[in-house]
Ligand binder design. Structure first.
Ligand SMILES: Nc1nc2c(ncn2[C@@H]2O[C@H](COP(=O)(O)OP(=O)(O)OP(=O)(O)O)[C@@H](O)[C@H]2O)c(=O)[nH]1
Length: 329
């Protein structure tokens, strides 16, 4: 098997103009959301290799793809697919999209029952809060009823409300990526231990270039903490790209609060106005720990830093033990 074939593989499918290419470009290629207005329609399967701390492949399918066409090799497409993201345009009439999703899910499930199905109810920026909830409920109901009717009630689908104009699409993609990371339970355990030993309220392990979090501790994720931690990465990357002296690293010499002493000791700290602090530590070149904790806890800074170093070594060891082994389903 070539290295390419070993990478976890994610498929993005959905009707034409539902927003598939936009999601991929915004999350992984830093395209500004407004620039997606000028994206051309995808006419053939576009394979995109994402090389960051996590290496994986994204296949973007053209909206008009016909699964019934004999030239469509379902075994080759779905056989090694870890997760299938189906994008539905919530601002449009979605009945046709549901029909297409139904066909896709049944076809993919028959070829590979391990595929995890992720439904992005997309472009929700144009919907009121009530409308969002109603749309999600309706889509959920229709698709699960349809699957139950043909005896596929064991197929599990996850639903997300997404938009490229806020953090929701990053959060949703984080959860999708976590489904294809075999080390997830270990990472969560390590984060739980770190949090409980240091009075940390919430901790995220971020892939710096995509701002996707690979893992978080098991306390519930609230959108606000996620946003603040994700924004912290932008701040640090921006500051270090302007004032930094080591371009390859996440932080470098920076104004008060951010500092690096060697490749893996970069950190940044911002005190918030509510007694909390956001603390970022570089784990490796593409990986950073960002956590929220009470400012008072920094009285025990030495202990926190010591524990962080133990945590970092454990994380690196987990990944060194074979990211590729079992990474793809
Ligand atoms: N309001 C809003 N518009 C979006 C969002 N995501 C994508 N769009 C717009 O939707 C349009 C279609 O996006 P594309 O990414 O080209 O859609 P696609 O699914 O890749 O289309 P095909 O390549 O034809 O299959 C573009 O004009 C985007 O700007 C979103 O979250 N909110």
């Amino acid at each position: 098997m070539t290295a390419d074939e070993e990478k976890p593989r994610l498929m993005i499918m959905g009707l034409r103009r539902s927003g598939k290419s936009s999601i991929q470009r915004v999350v992984f290629h830093k395209l500004s959301p407004t620039e997606t207005l000028f994206l051309e329609s995808t006419s053939s399967v576009a394979k995109d290799d994402i090389s960051s701390f996590i290496d994986f492949q994204i296949w973007d399918f053209p909206g008009q793809m016909d699964f019934m066409n004999p030239a469509f090799d379902a075994q080759a497409i779905f056989g090694r697919c870890g997760a299938l993201v189906f994008v539905i345009d919530a601002q449009d009439d979605y009945l046709e999209a549901l029909q297409r999703m139904f066909v896709t899910v049944t076809r993919a499930h028959s070829v590979n029952p391990q595929v995890s199905f992720e439904v992005f109810i997309h472009k929700v920026d144009g919907l009121s809060d009530d409308h969002k909830i109603d749309t999600q409920r309706d889509i959920h109901q229709r698709i699960t009823d349809g699957l139950a009717d043909i005896g596929l009630d064991n197929v599990h689908l996850s639903f997300y409300l997404t938009s490229i104009y806020d953090h929701s699409v990053y959060e949703a993609f984080s959860k999708v990526i976590q489904k294809v990371i075999p080390q997830l339970p270990t990472l969560e355990n390590l984060l739980n231990i770190l949090c409980s030993n240091n009075g940390i309220e919430k901790a995220f392990l971020f892939d710096v270039s995509s701002k996707i979090y690979l893992a978080t501790d098991s306390s519930p994720v609230d959108m606000q903490s996620y946003e603040i931690c994700s924004d912290m990465i932008d701040v640090v990357v921006d500051v270090s790209s302007i004032y930094g002296t080591a371009p390859e690293a996440i932080t470098s010499t920076a104004p008060s609060g951010a500092h690096r002493s060697n490749d893996t000791d970069a950190y940044a700290l911002i005190n918030l106005n509510n007694g909390m602090a956001v603390y970022l530590r570089e784990v490796s070149r593409n990986l950073a720990l960002v956590c929220l904790l009470r400012e008072d806890n920094f009285d025990r800074r030495g202990l926190i830093d010591y524990n962080f170093r133990v945590f970092r070594d454990a994380i690196l060891e987990v990944f060194a033990m074979g990211w590729n082994r079992g990474g793809a389903s």
